[in-house]
Write a protein that binds this ligand. Sequence first.
Ligand code: GLA
Length: 386
Amino acid sequence: MQSASQAINSFKTHFSGDCRTFFAPGRINLIGEHIDYNDGFVLPAAINKGIWFAIAPNNTNTATFVAADVDEKLSIDLADIKNIEGWQSYVLGVLHILQKEGYIVNGFNCVFGGNVPPGAGLSSSAALEAGLIYCLSELFQLNISRLDMALLAQKAEHAYPGTKCGIMDMFASLHGKKDHCILLDCTSLEFNYFPIVLDKYDWVLINSKVKHSLNDGAYNKRREVASDALSLFQSVNQKITSYRNILPSVVEQFKYALNEEEFKRSLYITQEIERVQAAGKYLQEGNLIEFGKLMYQTHNGLSNLYEVSCPELDYLVTQARFHNAVIGARLMGGGFGGCTINLIEKESRESVVADITASYQNTFGITPEVYVVESSDGVHELLNEQ
Ligand code: GLA
């Protein structure tokens, strides 16, 4: 699906009566990976790719969803919500959590679809969850704040699809602001907007087309090991309350007490926490060259220490390094596939991208997709669409 009008047309095909339309954006993340659930800071931005909803109450006790992109329908009695695998799990997780937290949701009809490629690391699932909560809050006057919506969406993801994700994706989808990224402190949930000053550069995403799935256990395992390692630090020094109190040099000192996995994961986390703070400063100063260097460092850490890369993503970043016009590149999002994010000089963008995609295709036999994304506002109603 590419537009609100397609969502409305599909609504008219499946249901009668008027509907309201909403847009929930996906996100990119400039830097700060796998530290939203490790006491860190992240720098995401909502993008102009996302999910459209056409939705209306139906005065019954049934919720009916049409997933327009796959042409599938689900009708569910609101008194009997249970988990069903697939896209269903995301919308049912939302209904389950809203009910569990005491929100009254009545029957409704909803068509949704979008242009965020699933499994590409652009948070299509968070957009679906956050967007649906926003729609239901509007439809049934639930008066939920955007922050609480993000927290509910995260709980929904934990409860049904089962990925023990951090807060970044849903937070970004709900709090995005055009032409800005968000520096989010994932501990206090305080945040600031920074203008994305790009001047002669573009943010370019290259989709490796290796589909990542975060609910296959590897993501949750990373979270478990990180938390075990933190407990170990705490058992030695009770003053340590979070990863934010630990410097990379301290992790080195503790090497003897940690197993190899714990050592690598915690070293990455503490380094990345430092990097994002430096990156925020460079962004404020408009120093994209230094910012880009940090992106390359993050990729190294994600690949060698946090071990969430794959040969295809490593290859795309290595190719990027060969070009002076690419001042920063790294895998983006959860990893194990999906996109790299690249900071490329506008002037040479097309030739560089053509070169990288051709060599990727020669090596892996896969044609990558390339997106030049723009930032967008967070989840909102589209008031002029009919
Ligand atoms: C996924 C998760 C986020 C975050 C990223 C990695 O997108 O949903 O919470 O942990 O991976 O930074």
